[in-house]
Design a binder for this molecule. Structure first.
Ligand SMILES: Cc1ncc(COP(=O)(O)O)c(C=O)c1O
Length: 453
């Protein structure tokens, strides 16, 4: 492959050619389309990306829901470089370093008060957090002498990353259909209201949805079920908000039938919900809580699972002699020192800038703005919670994903990055956005919908 003549950090769009682009098989990307029409960012600051040609693009999804505090934060750059200079890597197994213990303590202190969620297992990503939590759930019951409790219950339209556990409990058909047999799972129905509902925040109670868990328990028997995993609000399927009372009812049923409840808070955690956790925002405490993304403000890959103390203690009690492993699981990059340093600095920055308060102040503004899309051409429904919103787009016959793609591409040409997924457009502006920036984003979206045939 011919390399461009310049150093890669200095490239302009005109230097980039298909031959050079070919080597990278890009994730969740239409590779043929991208390589014909590359969209490359060269820099980012605050709430804006800069393309290789210097065009400013508003970051309407905080990267992938992970850069709430904005780009290019000097505090994070400094923390990463200090840590990399002092201890760039330390073996994740059998040895430790201070940054992981410090970060674990800081994460625990942000769990809902009195929740007992106080043991943190680190991973490198949200997908790894999902599979870690599912393995923890199965191994927990086995340690308690109830090894038949293996089935995992997810939810239609759920997203728990892309590893085999995650796609088995996940409920997005496109992410499952290529990959054959998953692991033993079943699914609750999704909670997305019918098109045209335009609920602001949480939809009214619809108890039959949570009661469906009782039907699954009837079918499989609680003695065979390890855990239920849900996102407090679903992000990737298009921002789907639970009806009032839904999560409470899932909690009650899980407790009553001795089934663990896992919240996948990879999107809802660390600020996006207007609280440190979706658990706190919705007032429901899970047994295991998964996080990633915003924990480092996206500057380093890091995820993890926060477990209730009883779960940790059960593993310790069943662990055999002290030198033995209690949980044969972990990753080379579990608690990577540079990622942990980034996490500590990102949590500090959230506190210093009162990120939660910013989200709480901006959320009603985003709600008003996005619900102004009701009546706009092609807009079938709008949903919102915290600083996240999803718009269902009326489908072209036989091509549900086409119009959102066209809209997102047109938005990019106008200087706005938004996510398209399935038949939806998704928004999650940075916490540091101004109300005027949110207005401009939504106005551009309205204009773009109206332009579509
Ligand atoms: C709820 C949820 N879980 C898991 C993941 C997967 O995270 P990652 O892409 O870091 O593996 C995501 C990513 O969007 C997510 O939204």
């Amino acid at each position: 492959m011919n390399a461009p003549e310049k150093h890669w950090t200095l490239l302009k769009s005109s230097d980039v050619h298909g031959d050079w682009l070919a080597a990278h098989w890009m994730p969740f990307t239409g590779n043929r389309d991208f390589k014909a029409n590359p969209r490359l960012f060269g820099a980012a600051k605050g709430a804006y990306y800069q393309t290789l040609d210097g065009r400013q693009v508003f970051d309407g999804l905080s990267g992938l829901w992970c850069v709430g505090l904005g780009h290019g934060r000097q505090e994070l750059v400094d923390a990463i470089s200090r840590q990399a200079a002092q201890l760039d890597y330390s073996p994740a197994f059998q040895f430790g370093h201070p940054a992981s213990f410090e970060l674990a303590n800081r994460i625990v202190s942000r769990m809902p008060a009195g929740s007992d969620l106080n043991r943190v297992f680190f991973t490198g990503s949200g997908s790894e957090a999902a599979d870690t939590s599912l393995k923890m759930a199965r191994a927990y019951w086995r340690a308690k002498g109830q090894g038949s409790k293996t089935r995992l219950i997810g939810r239609v339209k759920g997203y728990h990353g892309v590893n085999f556990g995650g796609i088995s409990v996940g409920g997005l058909p496109a992410n499952r259909k290529l990959f054959g047999q998953g692991i033993e799972a079943d699914h609750l129905p999704h909670t997305q209201p019918a098109n045209g509902s335009f609920h602001r925040g949480m939809p009214p109670p619809q108890m039959t949805l949570a009661e469906e868990l009782l039907n699954l328990i009837n079918l499989h028997d609680a003695s065979n079920i390890a855990a239920v995993i849900v996102e407090p609000f679903a992000g990737s399927a298009g921002v789907i908000i639970p009806p009032q009372g839904y999560l409470q009812r899932l909690r009650e049923i899980c407790t009553q039938h001795h089934i663990l409840l896992i919240f996948d808070e990879v999107i809802s955690g660390f600020g996006r919900s207007g609280a440190w956790t979706g658990a706190e925002a919705f007032g429901v405490t899970p047994d295991l809580l998964n996080f990633a993304k915003q924990v480092t403000n996206g500057v380093q890959p890091l995820g993890g699972v926060v477990a209730k103390q009883d779960i940790y203690d059960t593993f310790m009690a069943a662990g055999g002699p002290d030198y033995m492993l209690e949980f044969a699981h972990g990753y080379t990059y579990s608690a990577h020192p540079v990622a942990c340093a980034a996490g500590i600095a990102a949590l500090e920055l959230m506190e210093k800038e009162d990120g939660l308060q910013r989200v709480r102040e901006l959320a009603p503004h985003l709600e008003r703005a996005v619900h102004g899309l009701q009546g706009v051409k092609h807009v079938a429904d709008v949903r919102n919670f915290g600083l996240a919103a999803g718009i269902t787009v009326l489908s072209m016959p036989g091509e549900p994903a086409r119009r959102p793609y066209e809209v997102a591409m047109r938005m990019f040409a106008k200087g706005f990055y938004v996510r398209y997924g399935g038949d939806t457009i998704q928004l999650a502006p940075p916490f540091i956005s101004t109300p005027a920036e949110i207005d401009r984003l939504v106005a551009a979206l309205a204009e773009t919908f109206e332009e579509q045939p």
